[in-house]
Design a protein around this ligand. Sequence first.
Ligand code: TXA
Ligand code: MG
Length: 321
Amino acid sequence: MAKIGVDIAEARSSLVSGDLVAIPTETVYGLAANALNEEAVAKIFKAKNRPSFDPLIVHTNSIEKVERFVEAIPEKARLLVSEFWPGPVTILLKKKAIVPDLVTSGLDSVAVRIPSHPLTLELLSQIDFPLAAPSANPFGYVSPTAAEHVEAQLGEKVAYILNGGECRVGVESTIVSFLEGNPRVLRLGGLAVEKIEEVIGSVEVNQHSSSRPTAPGMLKSHYAPGKSIELINDFDWNKEIDFSQIGTIVFNKPLKDIPLENQVILSHTSNLDEAARNLFSALRRLDQEAKIKTILVEFVPNEGLGRAINDRIKRATANKK
Ligand code: TXA
Ligand code: MG
């Protein structure tokens, strides 16, 4: 099993040796490697069983460092990141040649982010290379929001897990592309669209797929647990049902008839930030409970982080019964 702890020197030396380290961020845990070392990056794809056509986000800790990896940073992108970095937003820009093709799946653009977590920021300040890091889950599965989630699923495959506790935001970063004229949100995430628009004006939002629909984080069916999962509204309540085998993920109040201990209430106070923080661990918990055979989920109000929550719910329930 991987070592798990808060030893930044150990995490650093594993990364310098070209090994994988799980890192905490405010959104979800990342599976990190030296982004400039192709052999190290290849280990990420292998450990996650991730197809090589799905590009990675590059993480660093200052705008000066970002400028080493990207061509010009447009004014609106600069405005956005000066307001929200370190934080849950990733920007997509034209890449410089120094970024290996493996990181970007051969695209001429690169996704970059300065994450907000004190341990990871300290680690990033102590290395002279950026970290390529997708979410630290097997491909297609729910993203990890605690070190224990990483340990359970990828523990054999990483040299070290930097334990930063539970993720404060709980859904992945919002990805904004500055490749064309207008900024475009490719993935809804931990920074609400409303907040982005307050700073850079109106943006376009891709609803179901990226400009590159082959990128799996944006694929219709993703973030899915292994069990049967469907929307509460689509569930056939007329068939014979064993209520003890049903688990629910509900916004602010439980469903009647279903045992309370089978139900996860995302936020008793209807707070969408709290709901986002709880979503992935709820999916994980119900997926692991042996007696539960079917997971039912409901949408939350479609505003603020609710849009990212609903996006993940749509993907988790797509093509699954
Ligand atoms: O919050 C997050 O963003 C987390 C933490 C660890 O930073 N990372 C994360 O990475 O969610 P990942 O690999 O699970 O999702 C990144 C998404 C992928 O769907 C990928 O297709 C997209 O970003 N992406 C990365 N580079 C891209 C590019 N050059 N063009 C289009 N999409 C890109
Ligand atoms: Mg992911």
